[in-house]
Write a protein that binds this ligand. Structure first.
Ligand code: AMP
Length: 249
């Protein structure tokens, strides 16, 4: 079984996000970028399937600027077999990503596609669902456990009320939740080996996909700063402030 894993290059989760001065988006110049944490979990899961003898090949796919190749190298150093880079400097919205991934899936014919449940930069939580709809495949989103068995994928999903178990007919699309696994760190020898693994590069035009944005960002703003709290002496002081200053009661 071939497994395709989507890996997005995003602002590192440790970075304090700054909004650009012209309010058109978030500052990404001179900012540490890394693989989306939910995608690391996706790569880890694919590699574990390979180590268990269930997956035969793990292919990592990243879409975007030239530096996405670094993200792909990280996936290769973790244990993916090869990479596919769909290169573009244009903004990619979830629908465009889903269409590009569908074109890659049509070429590669994997039995399982793993994505993160959301990218921590846009928090869209849309791409996996859109991809599964475009492919007409089953989807298991927010997965905290997956187990393939004779053409069926058993998926445990993290939902508000607890855990939900679903059986998907394969081929299928899965999106990862935090508890699916703990991704490994790439070892130095594997980082060196990853330099020799192949990365195929193509452009959206080669895949015949229209990536024109469908949404316009009007403005990006920092959240309002929190004001310092105060201590009140008595309950009646508190009630007074809630009533007359905060005006919440
Ligand atoms: P989103 O729907 O934007 O929250 O993203 C959900 C998931 O889709 C991510 O965790 C990735 O697995 C995948 N994805 C989104 N954008 C890209 C991209 N540019 N390249 C590769 N994978 C992506």
């Amino acid at each position: 079984m071939k497994v395709l894993v989507a890996v997005k290059r995003v602002v590192d989760y440790n970075v304090k996000i700054r909004v650009k001065a012209d309010q058109t988006g978030v500052e990404t110049q001179n900012v540490k970028m890394s693989m989306n944490p939910f995608d690391e979990i996706g790569v880890e899961e694919a590699i574990r399937l390979k180590e268990a003898g269930t997956a035969t090949e793990v292919v990592a796919v990243s879409l975007g600027v030239q530096q996405c190749q670094e993200t792909l190298r990280t996936a290769l150093a973790m244990g993916a077999d090869r990479g596919i880079h769909v290169k573009t400097d244009e903004e990619l919205q979830p629908l465009a990503v889903a269409k590009l991934l569908k074109a890659v899936v049509d070429k590669e014919a994997p039995e399982l596609v793993i994505l993160g449940k959301q990218a921590i930069d846009d928090d869209a939580n849309q791409t996996g669902q859109m991809l599964s709809a475009l492919l007409g495949w089953s989807q298991g989103t927010f997965a905290s456990e997956i187990a393939p068995e004779n053409g069926t994928l058993h998926v445990t999903r993290e939902i508000d009320g607890g855990l939900e178990k679903v059986d998907l007919k394969m081929p299928a699309v899965v999106t990862t939740d935090l508890r699916l696994n703990e991704p490994r760190y790439a070892s130095l020898p594997n980082i060196m080996k990853a330099k020799k693994k192949p990365i195929d590069t193509m452009e959206p035009g080669d895949l015949g996909v229209d990536i024109a944005p469908r949404l316009t960002t009007l403005k990006v703003e920092e959240p309002p700063k929190r004001e310092a709290g105060i201590k009140v002496e008595t309950v009646s002081d508190l009630v007074d402030k809630l009533k007359n200053e905060a005006k919440v009661i």
